[in-house]
Design a protein around this ligand. Structure first.
Ligand code: HEC
Ligand code: HEC
Length: 239
């Protein structure tokens, strides 16, 4: 917490000193970068996610990383967000903050943290304009063809392991709240009688917490995770 408070203090001093020139936006962007990587941005003690848990900031995702959220490189240069549903950048950020990071109240525009995040997102947006990115949610869940087990293992490592840890043991998981995979499905006959286990998992991956599913796992649109990758993942999980 000390680092975060120090950051706030440094930022406020910059603002109060009214230095106005180059230094203050740069200090704000540095503070914003620290906030971006810090789960304590959210006041919830249950939260372990930072923005960086789900978003890279490079033009292309590094090898071995599949995220639910798009890269935020050039994000401030896009005309809209969340597949066109959000037209204000702070609203797009708050959607994540409240739904995934359990932020209790939205970040207000006047909050120094919003300002700092904005300066940081602007800094990683070098172009004047960038195209909006698609976000396609599969509404009606259907089964997907199973795929190659080695590919499925690679998908698991890239998409699920950071939060869920190793399969069967959960070793290294980000939060105790992330279920053991695939063992969580052992309860599904009781919880969701008559529904194939794979279908429940597809529902969770495609909808996250939405469509009445609950929790705070993010949803994967088809741009983030193809049906082919999902099918391979199910094979790897033995589903
Ligand atoms: C648990 C995962 C998760 C966390 C944590 C998260 N996001 Fe997101 N974010 C998503 C998903 C999923 C989307 C929807 C797909 C997309 O548009 O990128 C999204 C969308 C966005 C978008 C819109 C991008 C676009 O072009 O459509 C912005 C901006 C954004 N997030 C910023 C943030 C910031 C800033 C934080 C930290 C305060 C954050 N997110 C935390 C998962 C997350
Ligand atoms: C950003 C972190 C994060 C990522 C990435 C993530 N999960 Fe989760 N997942 C969670 C958390 C936290 C829970 C428990 C809370 C909830 O249900 O949302 C969970 C719950 C689940 C559940 C149990 C749902 C239930 O209630 O029975 C399944 C199944 C699941 N995840 C599958 C996956 C798969 C497959 C992937 C990779 C494609 C994945 N998750 C990626 C955080 C994550």
């Amino acid at each position: 917490m000390r680092g975060l408070r120090g950051g706030v203090a440094a930022l406020l001093m910059g603002v109060l000193a009214g230095c106005g020139g180059e230094a203050e936006p740069r200090a704000a962007a540095d503070f914003g970068e620290a906030l971006f990587q810090d789960a304590r941005l959210s006041e919830s003690t249950f939260n372990r996610f930072s923005c960086a848990t789900c978003h890279v900031t490079t033009p292309e995702a590094p090898a071995g990383r599949i995220d639910s959220g798009h890269s935020l490189y050039n994000v401030a240069a896009r005309p809209g967000w969340w597949g066109g549903y959000e037209t204000h950048l702070l609203d797009a950020v708050n959607f994540c903050y409240v739904n995934f990071m359990r932020g209790v109240t939205k970040l207000e525009a006047e909050d120094p943290r919003s300002r700092a995040l904005y300066e940081y997102l602007s800094r990683i947006s070098p172009d004047a304009q960038a195209p909006p990115l698609p976000f396609t949610v599969v509404k009606d869940i259907q089964d997907v063809p199973r795929g190659d087990i080695a590919r499925g293992e690679a998908v698991y490592r890239a998409a699920c392991q950071n939060c869920h840890g190793a399969t069967h043991t959960g070793e290294g998981r980000l939060t105790e709240l992330a279920s053991l995979l695939p063992e969580v499905t052992q309860d599904y006959d009781r919880l969701f009688p008559g529904i194939p286990h794979a279908q429940v998992v597809i529902e969770k991956v495609r909808h996250g917490q939405f469509f009445g599913v609950g929790g705070n796992m993010p949803p994967y649109g088809t741009e983030a995770l193809s049906d082919a990758d999902l099918g391979a993942l199910l094979t790897y999980l033995g589903l």
